[in-house]
Ligand binder design. Sequence first.
Ligand code: FES
Length: 353
Amino acid sequence: MAKKLTTAEILAQARKQAAGESAGAESPPPATESADAGTQPEAASAAPAAAPKKPAAGGAKPTSTADILAAARAQKAAGAAAPAGDKPAAKATPKSTADILAAARGKAAAAVPAKGEGKGAKPAATGAAVASGEPLPSVEEMMKAVRGGSGGPAAEPAVKPKPTLPPLPKKPVVAAKKAPEAVSRRGVVMSLIGTPFAAAWTFLTATTATATLAMARFMFPNVLVEPPTRFKVGPPGDYPLGTVSNKWKSSRGIWIVHTDQYDGGNLIYALASVCTHLGCTPNWLDGEQKFKCPCHGSGFYITGINFEGPAPRPLERVGLRVAPDGMLEVDKSVKFQEEMGQWADPTSYVEIA
Ligand code: FES
């Protein structure tokens, strides 16, 4: 099989051949050279006379690649046609798809046996098959015939085996999702309480309630609830002479004293249980017959006159009178101080006849 030449080889071969032709056209024939070297100028002059036998090439040298290719093709065709006397004609190379299909149809028609003919029968010509009304072979049949007749690779099987795919990996079994449980009312409430939104509302509500209560308290005045300053302590007979009663000390803050040691009179009066030093509450010591302050040791007689300790003055009396019902009535709103001569006021004592 002839080796397929590349374009470069074709060009090189064409140039070589063209150069040889031009050399042959310019140089005298070898016979003339060998015959007589002295007649070379004449032979050279005679050469143009012999030149008309060869095709004129307008200078005999291709000027372009197209000319070179054309010359190469023409020479190749001539070389192929020269030995065609004994050998069959070379296959014409299809140049287009139409040519390929035409050639394929011709081969296929020749390969497919006509109906009614035996296996050994020769295929009829394409024109004859068309003229006889036989169906033309399909493109696949023609392609098979072309492949088989051209000596190419063996015909591929009609059905290609499908590639065996590897088995897909099994998907992991996912546990079925549990259906969402019904949200109970308690759950909703608890979820609301535990949220920042609920905490904010709780804080706001508590703040508002506190402010409301503070405003309500502001609307009422500060009142010191104290027992009334005027109150009855019983009949004079409940307080014998020479005694100090502690009955009203804790609840009313007074002593009821019945004595005759102050100016010789038989008097009942009420002493405030407040030390005149710094306001502590003294105690009556019946055995010592004196009032004794536990804070700084001030001492007072039964009459209320101070005699020891830092107390600067006697105890104070409060108002006392006999009510219309015969009961002793104390009035703490009024106070009497001995150093100011107020103990002489008859409203500061009750004289017992
Ligand atoms: Fe009573 Fe100081 S307060 S002695």
